[in-house]
Design a protein around this ligand. Structure first.
Ligand SMILES: Nc1nc2c(ncn2[C@@H]2O[C@H](COP(=O)(O)OP(=O)(O)O)[C@@H](O)[C@H]2O)c(=O)[nH]1
Ligand SMILES: [Mg+2]
Length: 204
């Protein structure tokens, strides 16, 4: 190995209040602060990880709260390597809005083939009792959206947080490997874009 880790831009998206900043805080600093609702207010935080023996620096972009006003700008999305789409399992509307966030992301990040971009879906706050989104509904959404991996997380008690963030890196590698294995046919294809259909990486 070269000893140099690859930098990956990871974007956290979803409605305000679903726990994006808390998830980032949990993943990067292993902390949870119930008082600091809204946001930490930083643009991004870096975290070094090793996935399948390879080193990566995950640069995790949080919204600093602007998602409440739908005023995220192109630089937030541009150059993203992975996207964590987040909802809260006790907030049905946040689940319904995932398709909107995905669409926004693909548009502003300028990605042609959304089904072959490494999205990972996080159903956060599984520690709460009044759950409003059944696990099966979330899995079904994932099946219909390129078989992206699904994780039920809690930033509060730290359930699956590490696993979900690292799954984004795994998903990226998986899709890249598939691209390498099966070169595109046809002559209208931009090889830089991820075009191939995929069936792997299904929900757990
Ligand atoms: N019970 C519970 N509350 C959470 C969890 N994650 C975040 N919260 C709370 O949900 C609220 C919104 O969290 P925040 O991280 O600011 O959400 P964001 O707007 O998506 O960045 C805060 O009061 C957090 O303490 C979780 O996993 N479980
Ligand atoms: Mg926030």
């Amino acid at each position: 190995m070269s000893g140099k880790s690859k930098l990956l831009k990871v974007v956290l998206l979803g409605d305000g209040g679903v726990g994006k900043s808390s998830l980032m805080n949990r993943f990067v600093s292993n902390k949870f602060d119930a008082q600091s609702f809204h946001t930490i207010g930083v643009e991004f935080l870096n975290k070094d990880v090793t996935v399948d023996g390879e080193s990566f620096t995950m640069q995790i972009w949080d919204t600093a709260g602007q998602e409440r006003f739908k005023s995220l700008r192109t630089p937030f999305y541009r150059g993203a390597d992975c996207c964590l789409l987040t909802f809260a399992v006790d907030d049905l509307q946040s689940f319904r809005n995932m398709s909107m966030w995905k669409k926004e992301f693909l548009y502003y990040a300028d990605i042609q083939d959304g089904n072959n971009f490494p999205f990972v879906v996080l159903g956060n706050k599984i520690d709460v009792e009044n759950r409003a989104v059944p696990c099966e509904s979330a899995k079904e959404w994932c099946r219909q959206n390129g078989n992206c991996p699904y994780f039920e997380t809690s930033a509060k008690d730290s359930t699956n947080v590490d696993l979900a963030f690292k799954a984004a890196v795994k998903r990226l590698k998986e899709l890249e490997d598939q691209m390498d294995e099966k070169p595109q046919h046809g002559n209208t294809v931009d090889l830089k874009k991820k075009n191939k259909a995929s069936n792997s990486g299904c929900c757990n």
